[in-house]
Design a protein around this ligand. Structure first.
Ligand code: ZN
Length: 349
């Protein structure tokens, strides 16, 4: 017999909504800030760095921490450590965001960033067996022209692990439609696309991301529950939602994680919902904790988690052959874990 938390820990996982800059460990942030002469917001102990009282304090910390990453080796270190944490939480495949435009202001070139990130990915693959892909996020606050320049750099790099682009940063005041041409060009060039939508912004941003940007995947998307016609459409079209319980309880209007939370309602409605960790150290969480919250607070059953993981494989950006291989192997592995966690007699009882 497995305990619930042993069962959750042993589930093979994907991580599809994780930000590189939001994954920097406090000790690493302190090291890099010291090395690169960046002043971090005042804090008594290193482990208190990510204690903040409001969104402004959080953004100050996020900016200062991002400002501390300058050299290729800095990028290698934060990528490696992020993937080490993923592996420790039994994630075996990771599609992660990073925010190149945050670093341009310090004169860091795109190639410097990617050289370091790729080195970190290679080292993590060798040491932990975790496979990963990069999703540069377009900062929607900076306008489409800046995004087009970023897309030029992504395409010029010709790195196949730069697998797609996302739309990111402050959502509510910045609807997706102005990014339609940029996303059309990215898709035409073979990049996959996704968008943060329906987190702090309305359901219309979800519909707009599907219609104007051509995404089949929505990051967060909780406001979908406010529009039943859109829910039906997303279900019929198989749109995948990458959800993050801990941050949803802070950055969306639904701050209580229980069986009434949109993440659970979305899953109950038949939407494809995956569990992810977003900015783990900044929200005192990790992927394992997000699975525990999904199970303990949102009430996801073992069968719901199984479906969620398999939906994640299907909605990932692996190629079709890799998806089939992974889905077959993981389904068998998860079935064996469910049988060990809930033996048949007790399931029938
Ligand atoms: Zn995010």
């Amino acid at each position: 017999m497995l305990t619930a938390h042993e069962f959750l820990h042993r589930l093979p996982k994907m991580e599809m909504h994780l930000h590189l800059e939001g994954s920097i460990r406090p000790g690493t942030a302190a090291d890099l800030a010291h090395q690169n002469n960046v002043k971090l917001p005042p804090h008594d102990r290193v482990e208190d760095l990510y204690h903040y009282n409001d969104l402004k304090e959080f953004l100050d910390i996020y900016t200062a921490v991002s400002d501390s990453v300058l050299s290729a080796d800095d990028f290698r270190r934060i990528t490696y450590e992020m993937l080490e944490s993923c592996a420790a939480n039994t994630a075996r495949y990771v599609e992660f965001f990073f925010s190149p435009q945050v670093h341009f202001v310090h004169g860091v070139t795109f190639d410097t960033m990617i050289d370091g990130v790729i080195a970190g990915m290679d080292d993590a693959k060798a040491d932990f067996g975790v496979d990963s892909r990069i999703i540069p996020g377009v900062n929607r606050e900076l306008g489409p022209k800046a995004g087009e320049e970023l897309l030029d750099m992504i395409l010029a790099r010709k790195e196949e692990r730069l697998i797609g682009i996302g739309l990111d940063f402050l959502e509510a005041p910045f609807p997706p439609e102005p990014y339609a041409d940029l996303f059309a060009r990215a898709r035409k060039a073979g990049l996959k696309v996704t968008a943060h939508a329906g987190e702090s912004g309305p359901a219309a941003h979800i519909a707009g991301s599907i219609d104007a940007l051509g995404v089949r995947r929505i990051d967060h998307g909780y406001h979908v529950v406010t529009d039943e016609a859109l829910m039906r459409r997303c279900r019929d079209e198989g749109i995948l939602f990458t959800c993050c319980p801990s941050t949803a309880a802070v950055t969306s209007p639904w701050t209580v994680l229980d069986a009434e939370h949109p993440i659970r309602r979305m899953a109950d409605f038949g939407l494809k919902v995956t569990i992810n960790s977003d900015d783990p150290p900044m929200f005192s969480t990790d992927l394992g904790e997000e699975y525990r919250k999904a199970h303990d607070l949102l009430g996801f059953s073992p069968d719901m988690l199984r479906r969620s993981i398999l939906d994640g494989i299907e909605g990932s950006w692996l190629d079709d052959g890799e998806k089939r291989t992974l889905a077959t192997a993981w389904a068998a592995e998860i079935d064996a874990l469910i049988a060990e966690f809930q033996p048949i007699p007790s399931r029938l009882a």
